[in-house]
Design a protein. Structure first.
Length: 57
């Protein structure tokens, strides 16, 4: 279990350019949106369906 946890921990420290999100000249709203999108926190249609919300096209 410990080795599995270590592999997962190392995967989180990927070389994604986090500073590029927060150090740009974009507004804070844009940076926050990109940050949430990268983290998978944006409520897209797929995530709403998984949360059993009714979607009408």
């Amino acid at each position: 279990m410990k080795s599995y946890y270590q592999v997962l921990s190392e995967g989180c420290n990927s070389s994604f350019p986090w500073r590029a999100i927060w150090k740009t000249k974009a507004s804070l709203k844009v940076s926050s949106f990109v940050w949430c999108a990268v983290q998978g926190k944006i409520l897209t249609i797929d995530t709403l369906i998984r949360r059993r919300k009714i979607i009408i096209n």
